[in-house]
Design a protein around this ligand. Structure first.
Ligand code: ADP
Ligand code: MG
Length: 694
């Protein structure tokens, strides 16, 4: 089985190389086959020098006309070569005396490299070359370039894929996709597809191969998407074979909570809470995704579900992707539940050892009925006495595997020996286009809070060139004078928290100068969480007028009196991120605005994004556009999390296949259990334990 044959059986793969390969995700022979090139070079034919253009990579067969070491700005070796159709310069910055002597006039060479415009004529800098005594040695196929890593470079990867392709010829990988589906989609069989992807024949459509639109790649992506969907569907089937706590209380606690609120639920909130409450009554584990645009009021729905679980005698875990968000939930939940005598606990990664030990003990003893936290809640040593409901907020930031880890925090029923799983409520503010949801969340039921609380006015969005910052600051001053609060978001393209923090500090200094009588706070990712907390808290309680922040405030933060947001370098942010940020305002009844400060000139793409932000506040529209512009990895936040760990497929690019994917997957599921097993083993492999013991 190529799936399970370790790559160490290959020539030249010792322990050291194997470790580096593992870093590329390559452990088995099959992994080598699925590690596809990201570009190709055409070394299958000679190009006449006279026909070369800047920017192309070409193999040329030439004779040295003249070689000379010149010292201008840098010492360099210039070798002028010609082939009868034209001439060209080879330029070397690093060279040995031996090389200089090699290039005697009349010497025949074969060179490969990227042609570029030189001062006098076209040139190739540091070409690959070899002296040519006899005929030329051209490649039979295009030359692949693989994602590489330090210590494992192209030659190694090419040798590995050569060996893997040989094996593939000898002992065919089983093609689990029935031929009729392949014919329908005009797709090659598995072995052919892999061969084309690794060693395309001369004249192959390189563009299509690199963009994933080639039938060979489409076929691989198709199979992978099917496997992924099968995995999730089976996960669901398996999960539902388990029991879950019957949560069917009178509803006293939820009533009490509702009565303590200053508002009534919207129709959408009521409906979604009903869905959730019904799910939890059945004794089978709930697997429900609640989508709701920013500000739709998901938190209270989660709290009501929690109230039911607590009243029925179970514990609740509430997990958020960032400390700030988790802390905010902690505040809300404490405020709501403590007066009703329900203790709310806290478990974050930043607890000190002793605190953490105490927290874990309180959870294990069942003293804490609701526990709020971050990823720390997933950790192995966290055991609940009687977990009935797991709530995951802003799910798109959690990967599938984390979802599984939590699911596994259920308890074995002592009488029947069956696993009792907690109900799962997953909340996301990233509206997910239907096709995506179908694949990425094939294991979940879905409810949508499609109504905003009454009195919300859509945020008015304008774009202002950063040269007019002065006017913007004035407007900030006016908003504060009118009793409103303001966010000023500093963004940098660098991921580096320290650079972001620096930029934010500069902005604070600038604003302090221009608005000396205003109270200005600053939060960024490098502050300790207690400091962040204190500042957020003073902004919330209106002790600060203006909060300068990095994108740490992106998700979930809730200060209804804040009605103006300025976003710097807005052109650098993706649509979903802009939408999330903007969702921090427009949460109260006042008319809110968002000012997108940008640096001119705008790229076409940035122009489009900004114009969409100005036109609509509808998260679904924005998500759909985002998907079109950036692709699914970004929309679902998979870059950071590895959610939907696709090797080849890309949800956005391959979205048009998803309908077929679910049809074929469902057909396989009902008719071909063997193929299902094979596909899951092949594509999901080691993670299979997470897929409910498939
Ligand atoms: P999100 O869905 O983005 O998580 P939140 O749950 O944070 O939104 O709610 C946003 C704000 O709206 C909060 O201040 C919350 O108290 C308020 N809110 C929620 N539901 C309602 C409602 N039905 N009527 C009025 N305000 C509400
Ligand atoms: Mg929220």
């Amino acid at each position: 089985m190529l799936e399970s044959t370790p790559v160490t059986t290959f020539k030249g793969v010792g322990a050291a190389v194997a470790e580096k390969l593992a870093g590329l995700g390559i452990k088995s022979v099959q992994d080598v086959l699925f590690h596809l090139p990201f570009r190709y070079q055409d070394r299958t034919q000679l190009s006449p020098v006279g026909g070369l253009r800047p920017g192309v990579e070409a193999v040329i067969s030439v004779e040295v006309v003249l070689a000379d070491v010149v010292i201008r700005r840098r010492r360099s070796l210039m070798v002028r070569v010609a082939d009868g159709t034209g001439s060209l310069m080879l330029r070397f910055f690093h060279f040995s005396q031996k090389q200089v002597e090699q290039f005697k006039p009349g010497t025949k060479l074969q060179c490969f490299g990227e042609v570029r415009r030189g001062p006098g004529m076209l040139e190739i800098v540091h070409p690959e070359y070899r002296l040519q005594t006899q005929g030329v040695a051209l490649q039979e196929t295009l030359t692949p370039f693989y994602p590489a890593t330090e210590g494992v470079q192209q030659p190694t990867l090419r040798k590995l894929s050569d060996q893997a392709l040989d094996l593939l010829d000898q002992n065919e990988l089983l093609d689990y996709l029935p031929a009729k589906f392949l014919q329908q989609g005009n797709m090659p069989d598995l072995a052919a597809a892999l061969r084309i992807a690794h060693r395309p024949p001369p004249g192959a459509d390189v563009e299509a191969l690199m963009s994933g639109m080639h039938p060979a790649l489409r076929r691989l992506a198709f199979e992978e998407l099917i496997a992924h969907r099968l995995g999730l569907r089976l996960l669901r089937v398996e999960a539902q074979k388990n029991t879950a706590p019957m949560v069917n209380p009178k509803g006293t606690l939820a009533q009490q909570l509702l009565a303590s609120l200053s508002f009534n639920l919207t129709g959408a909130q009521q409906r979604v809470f009903q869905d959730v409450a019904e799910d939890m009554k059945t004794g089978a584990p709930m697997l429900r995704l609640v989508q709701g645009d920013v500000g739709a009021g998901k938190t209270i729905v989660a709290a009501l579900a929690a109230a039911n679980a607590v009243e029925a005698g179970y514990q609740v875990a509430l997990m958020a992707p960032t400390e700030i968000l988790a802390e905010q939930h902690l505040l809300n939940f404490s405020e709501w539940f403590e007066p009703m005598g329900v203790s709310v606990g806290w478990l974050s990664g930043k607890l000190r050892v002793a605190q953490r030990r105490n927290a874990i003990e309180a959870v294990a003893m069942g003293h804490q009925r609701i526990v709020v936290g971050t990823h720390a809640l997933f950790q192995q040593d966290v055991e609940f006495l009687e977990l009935g409901l797991a709530i995951i907020d802003e799910q798109h930031r959690f990967g599938v595997h984390q979802r599984m880890a939590l699911r596994n925090k259920g308890a074995v029923d002592e009488k029947s020996g069956a696993l009792s799983l907690p109900h799962q409520l997953i909340m996301t503010a990233t509206p997910i286009p239907r096709t995506l949801a179908m694949t990425a969340y094939a294991d979940l039921d879905c409810s949508i809070i499609d109504e905003l609380p009454p009195g919300r006015k859509p945020v008015q969005t304008v774009a202002v060139e950063s040269g007019r910052r002065g006017e913007v600051v004035q407007r900030v001053g006016q908003a504060v004078d009118a009793g409103r609060q303001v966010y000023w978001v500093c963004t940098l393209i660098e991921e580096s928290e320290s650079l972001q923090a620096e930029a934010a500090e500069d902005t604070v200094a600038m604003l302090n100068d221009m608005l000396p009588d205003k109270r200005i706070g600053l939060v960024h990712g490098r502050l300790k969480s207690a400091e962040k907390d204190a500042i957020m808290q003073s902004f919330k309680s209106c002790e600060l007028d203006l909060l300068v922040a990095t994108t740490v405030i992106e998700v979930g933060v809730d200060v209804p009196n804040a009605s103006l947001m300025v976003i710097e370098n807005a052109e650098r942010l993706g649509l979903s991120q802009l939408h999330q940020l903007r969702g921090r305002v427009g949460r109260g009844s006042a008319q809110s605005s968002c000012i997108l400060l940008y640096q001119a000139p705008l790229s076409q793409n940035a122009k489009e994004r900004i114009s969409i932000m100005r036109k609509t506040n509808d998260g679904f529209v924005i998500a759909q556009k985002d998907l079109e512009i950036r692709g699914a990895g970004e929309v679902l936040g998979t870059r950071q999390t590895g959610l939907a760990e696709f090797r080849i497929a890309e949800l956005g690019r391959d979205a048009d296949m998803l309908d077929d994917v679910s049809d074929v997957a469902d057909a396989l599921l009902s008719n071909s259990p063997k193929r299902v097993q094979g596909l899951i083993r092949r594509w999901i492999g080691e993670e299979k334990k997470d897929y409910g013991g498939v």
